[in-house]
Design a protein around this ligand. Sequence first.
Ligand SMILES: C[S@@+](CC[C@H](N)C(=O)[O-])C[C@H]1O[C@@H](n2cnc3c(N)ncnc32)[C@H](O)[C@@H]1O
Length: 247
Amino acid sequence: MAPTQEEQQNEAGRHQEVGHKSLLQSDALYQYILETSVYPKEPEPMKELRELTARHPWNIMTTSADEGQFLNMILKLINAKNTMEIGVYTGYSLLATALALPEDGKILAMDINRENYELGLPVIQKAGVAHKIDFKEGPALPVLDQMIESGTYHGTFDFIFVDADKDNYLNYHERLIELVKVGGLIGYDNTLWNGSVVAPPDAPLRKYVRFYRDYVLELNRALASDRRVEICQLPVGDGITLCRRIS
Ligand SMILES: C[S@@+](CC[C@H](N)C(=O)[O-])C[C@H]1O[C@@H](n2cnc3c(N)ncnc32)[C@H](O)[C@@H]1O
């Protein structure tokens, strides 16, 4: 029986076997990207921080080198000057950001853990970019609420990178959409959440992956229907969704 029009449309919207766009078919291909295009161009301080972080027990949390390179490039492309980061850890994405900003650029960086930030801080200082960073220890949400309440930060950020508690992503979004400028970008990290966004409900997932999965799915749905932003979800790192505020 010939496929119905609806079946044909569904098929046209699906990932096709022939001519598909996803190139990352193997770990070897990812390694090829790192070794060919990322590591040879990685600034020395980022290499030092990456290697230092690799020896830390929670190193799984760090931003990957290809994502660091991507952030650095996008910040330069949009001429970002005033930025925010939620979720610093040892500071790899923070350093990628700081190196991309002009001398008078600013990053409001927030994390509940100062100790890990201080592990990476000597490298950031040696790179000569620590003066761009205003680190605040503590949960980010109340800081955002204060900023909104004060009324002086609305529409002032060129770029905001969110890489912390995934269960708060939608709460962050409702606040960040007011703080980012029209035409500015918010980047949400981990929006493919270890590939679990397409896992069947009974798939054997690690406990923390399963816990946050529904929040990530909810965020992805909400961003796709949010008329205040244009979005682009990229399979870089664990998936990053860029939101460009349009109203
Ligand atoms: C995935 S790591 C960030 C990785 C970092 N962007 C990098 O490049 O290495 C997540 C961080 O979010 C922090 N975090 C967790 N809950 C938070 C909250 N409510 N507010 C701010 N930071 C939080 C954690 O302490 C952790 O350092």
